[in-house]
Design a protein around this ligand. Structure first.
Ligand SMILES: CC(=O)N[C@H]1[C@@H](OP(=O)(O)OP(=O)(O)OC[C@H]2O[C@@H](n3ccc(=O)[nH]c3=O)[C@H](O)[C@@H]2O)O[C@H](CO)[C@@H](O)[C@@H]1O[C@H](C)C(=O)N[C@@H](C)C(=O)N[C@H](CCC(=O)O)C(=O)O
Ligand SMILES: Nc1ncnc2c1ncn2[C@@H]1O[C@H](COP(=O)(O)OP(=O)(O)OP(=O)(O)O)[C@@H](O)[C@H]1O
Ligand SMILES: N[C@H](CCC[C@H](N)C(=O)O)C(=O)O
Ligand SMILES: [Mg+2]
Length: 512
């Protein structure tokens, strides 16, 4: 394809140079530019891509899309000025990769919590109905035996469309993706034609980036009001923001716990090992036998069922797909042990998720509920006291430790957590009191904290290790070290000799 053909997808404000050259690749990182590449200079949070034009041209870029023109243009390079470089990039990438999302059904799942879980449920349902789904999200982007490790939940438009085109070419016939608020704000999914969009819920997260709840919601709302077109929206009406969103269009489908929704449970039992329910809907009743636990997963099941029905999947396949859905890695995932301790690793890294996870566990009436949790550095600071307050509200003992401190001082993060616990009326204990008194303790080193928690956990107790879920690393500074909560628990509870549990630097500093 030549540049002129690609530019039909966007409306340039100005062009300097000839547009006739062939484009053999797209990049928004100067370090990935090769001969023949079209380079997008993106204004970023850390640096301005425009400052890397010399490196991009040096590396072989033949054309540049940017929000301004340089003072000096290099001969033989075409410079294209656009109003919004990320928006232009999404449109051009869709054209370059042959509009992959126009060819198959595409489902986007957004909301603060439950996106990954819902995509896994949908994947299992579509497989059961005879489809070959590709999934894009927090854990990985995958189709068949091809898996790309995820650096962020929703990849940049270029990467996303490239993977979609590849997966389609390999036989994928439905695309299921998590759509983060960052992605919506940054136009990462603007080149995607959605057939269905799911709204799970909205609770506090990412206010470091969006600043206000209203702006956080506005970014989520874009998926439904700007990108969905004639597609169908499936929305949690028990969430206040979801109820608001439903006002936009009477055709949209509501799910919830009662008959104000289109899809709701007639009865539901949440046990220690499973959820049993019957969901009713305009498309009839669906029998649910799921290996998931947690009241909140009823919502994820409802969202997945309603979406699959809207895309024409029959209730029998839906029911079977749900029963056969695999464990979602690091989402209320049990670590087996013969001490009769229900040890769970969970990705609750928001106040809402932690509150929901602990609420449901406390309802299962453990002898003692122990919660180990930390908060990520370089992320929304407002979450910290709230997460600590949720931990002490439901737990007999909360152990505050480090999550991914990133470039922050781990002890300062813990001070912010402690303030929330104290404000909630809890008291700090010393290690000698932790075996039987109620309150919280602070152990900054996550490995030591897990060891201490396992020592305290006895038969009949529950231990929730929250915040890191499937992550097999801990980011300290800008270094990513191997660390996996599930391996740590297995090592301490079962004496598993897992050599990977030992500290090892991966040298991979992405996702910081
Ligand atoms: C805050 C945020 O979202 N940042 C994302 C954003 O970075 P940015 O635009 O600020 O980039 P920047 O580092 O300032 O650089 C600007 C431009 O210069 C370019 N550059 C930079 C250096 C160089 O040598 N050459 C060069 O060309 C960069 O490639 C970039 O295009 O665009 C980058 C490229 O797509 C992302 O990798 C980066 O994600 C960072 C790593 C990140 O941590 N993002 C998190 C917060 C995130 O996106 N999270 C969401 C939500 C998670 C969830 O709720 O599930 C997600 O979707 O994962
Ligand atoms: N529907 C829900 N409502 C509230 N909490 C939930 C819900 N579903 C999952 N959770 C909690 O949130 C955690 C993360 O779940 P999941 O990974 O499915 O969400 P996500 O939206 O993909 O999160 P992320 O933004 O980190 O990608 C779970 O481990 C669980 O504790
Ligand atoms: N997608 C989320 C994941 C947070 C996971 C938690 N372990 C942390 O590091 O804060 C984010 O990037 O904010
Ligand atoms: Mg996710």
């Amino acid at each position: 394809m030549n540049l002129e053909q690609l530019l039909v997808a966007t409306q340039p404000l100005d062009v300097v140079g000839s547009m006739t050259m062939a484009i053999s690749g797209l990049a928004c990182d100067s370090r990935k530019v090769q001969a023949g590449t079209l380079f997008f200079a993106l204004p970023g949070a850390k640096v301005d891509g425009f400052d890397y034009l010399p490196q991009a041209v040096q590396a072989g870029a033949v054309a540049v899309v940017a929000e301004r023109l340089p003072d000096v243009c290099v001969e033989g390079v075409c410079y294209v000025k656009v109003a919004n470089a990320r928006q232009a990039m999404a449109a051009i990438a869709a054209a370059y990769y042959g509009h992959p999302t126009a060819k198959v059904p595409v489902i986007g799942v957004t909301g603060t919590n439950g996106k990954t879980t819902t995509t896994y449920l949908l994947e299992s349902i579509f497989k059961q109905a005879g489809f070959s789904p590709a999934v894009f999200g927090t854990i990985e982007c995958r189709f068949g035996d091809v898996q790309y490790e995820a650096a962020i939940t929703t990849p940049e438009s270029l990467d996303l469309l490239q993977m979609m085109a590849e997966f389609l070419q390999k036989g994928a016939d439905v695309l299921i993706l998590e759509v983060s608020s960052h992605a919506l704000e940054q136009h990462r999914v603007d080149g995607i034609e959605f057939n269905a969009a799911v709204f799970t819920n909205l609770t506090q997260d990412h206010l470091d980036y969006h600043e206000t709840f209203e702006r956080y919601f506005a970014s989520k709302r874009r998926l439904f009001t700007e990108l969905l077109g004639e597609g169908i929206a499936v929305i949690n009406r028990d969430d206040t923001w979801g109820a608001d969103l439903l006002q936009e269009n009477p055709q949209w489908i509501a799910f919830g716990l009662d008959d104000r929704a289109d899809v709701y449970p007639l009865h539901v039992t949440v046990g220690r090992d499973q959820i049993d329910a019957t969901f009713t809907s305009p498309q009839g009743d669906v029998v649910i036998k799921s290996g998931m636990i947690g009241d909140f997963n009823v919502y994820n099941l409802l969202g997945a069922v309603a979406t699959a029905q809207q895309l024409g999947i029959g209730n029998a396949a839906i029911s079977k797909g749900i029963t056969q859905a695999p464990q979602v890695p690091g989402r209320v995932e049990k670590v087996k042990n013969d001490k009769n301790v229900l040890a769970l690793v969970d990705y609750s890294h928001t106040p809402g998720a932690l509150d929901q996870a602990l609420k449901t566990l406390s309802k299962l009436q453990p002898k003692r509920l122990l919660t180990l949790v930390g908060c990520g550095g370089d992320r929304d600071k407002g979450k910290r006291p709230m997460m600590a307050a949720a931990a002490v509200k439901y737990s007999d003992l909360a152990i505050f430790t480090s999550d991914n401190p990133r470039t922050e001082d781990p002890l300062e993060i813990l001070v912010q957590m402690k303030s929330g616990a104290v404000a909630a009326g809890s008291q700090e204990l010393d290690m000698t009191q932790a075996a039987d008194a109620d309150g919280f303790i602070v152990i900054p080193d996550r490995r030591e904290a897990i060891e201490f928690a396992c020592m305290l956990a006895h038969s009949g107790d529950m231990l929730l290790v929250a915040g890191k879920g499937h992550e097999n690393y801990q980011i300290v500074g800008t270094k990513k070290n191997h660390f996996d909560d599930r391996e740590e628990l297995d090592r301490v509870l079962n004496g598993a000799n897992n050599s990977e549990a030992l500290p090892s630097e991966t040298g991979d500093d992405r996702h910081v």
